[in-house]
Design a protein around this ligand. Structure first.
Ligand code: SAM
Length: 291
């Protein structure tokens, strides 16, 4: 017996986590269509939304709601079906389920119950933006949505101010301007950034500018304050001529120096903090002399 993806089938069903388009319906993959047509049930974040997508592609599989308010409780119902041998596909309104979308509890419960969980990858706004941003993409962190109010947002931004990896945020259009304002205040106006707006859609924007200029660009055009947005911010790097290292980098270095030889501690601290190894090596030598 084989399941909908062609793999040999066990007696329990498989939970497929299926990505759907983030705007452009042509981004629906052939594999996603096959899985959605073949499973017994589609667990959807919003059935009214997903039914339109299914109708567009001529898929008649029954849908059931799996949103953040019922996910924990209703998860049991889906699990019963999976354990009885039915395959289920999980979809969200757009993009990859679980990425700032429901699905985590169901996937966790399914895995805990020994049910096979299979990803069917596709569109994801953060990955689409990163792939075209021209910002370092070898290491990045996804911070999801920031708090809605300025105080909370700035506090969260402060936590990642000296993060060397590229930062990725989702933001609602009615907050984009104040969000960029706070980013500028915390990270500085010169930090490279990119606004990915309405990705894959007719009025797609990918605007890469330093934060101060990006804020001015969005403020000057109300069209840029509409639609769906991803904001990318380049990671922190110590200015070349800066001799002092951050408190956090110093703390990491001190902890490692207590356990490791100087050279190894400096190298590891550089990897962890993103601060140049030479700078940390000098700081370690100075500390050794002073001790
Ligand atoms: N699961 C989705 C994914 O894989 O990207 C994200 C769902 S989250 C509820 C919705 C947020 O994702 C939007 O507020 C926006 O920040 C971002 N987003 C979704 N589609 C987008 C698009 N076409 N262009 C830019 N950002 C998008």
């Amino acid at each position: 017996m084989t399941d909908v993806a062609g793999a040999s089938k066990s007696t329990t069903g498989t939970l497929y986590v299926v990505a759907t388009p983030i705007g452009n319906l042509d981004d629906m993959s052939a594999r996603a269509l096959k899985v959605l047509a073949d499973v017994a049930l589609i667990a959807a974040e919003d059935t009214r939304h997903s039914i339109r997508l299914m109708q567009h592609f001529g898929i008649n599989t029954p849908l059931a709601a799996c949103h953040e308010h019922n996910e924990r409780d209703e998860g049991g119902r889906f699990l019963t079906r999976l354990l009885a041998g039915d395959d289920i596909a999980l979809v969200s309104d757009a993009g990859t389920p679980l990425i700032s979308d429901p699905g985590y509890h169901l996937v966790r419960q399914a895995r805990a119950a020994g049910v096979k969980v299979v990803p069917v990858p596709g569109a994801c706004a953060l990955i689409a933006a990163l792939s075209a941003a021209g910002l370092p993409s070898d290491r990045f962190i996804f911070e999801g949505f920031l708090p809605a109010k300025t105080a909370g947002r700035r506090a969260r931004l402060e936590q990642v101010k000296e993060e060397p990896r590229t930062l990725i945020f989702y933001e609602a259009p009615h907050r984009i301007l104040e969000c960029l304002d706070d980013m500028q205040a915390v990270f500085g106006a010169d930090r490279p950034a990119l606004l990915g707006r309405e990705l894959t859609k007719a009025f797609e924007t990918l605007k890469g500018l330093p934060l101060g200029e990006l804020h001015a660009f969005v403020a000057a055009d109300s069209n840029q304050q509409r639609g769906e947005c991803v904001v990318l911010v380049g990671g922190w790097s110590a200015p070349e001529d800066e001799q002092a290292i951050s408190t956090e980098a110093q703390r990491v270095l001190d902890l490692l120096l207590a356990e490791l030889p100087l050279k190894r501690a400096a190298a590891l601290a550089a990897e962890i903090t993103g601060v140049r190894k030479n700078l940390l090596y000098q700081a370690a030598l100075e500390k050794q002399k002073a001790d």
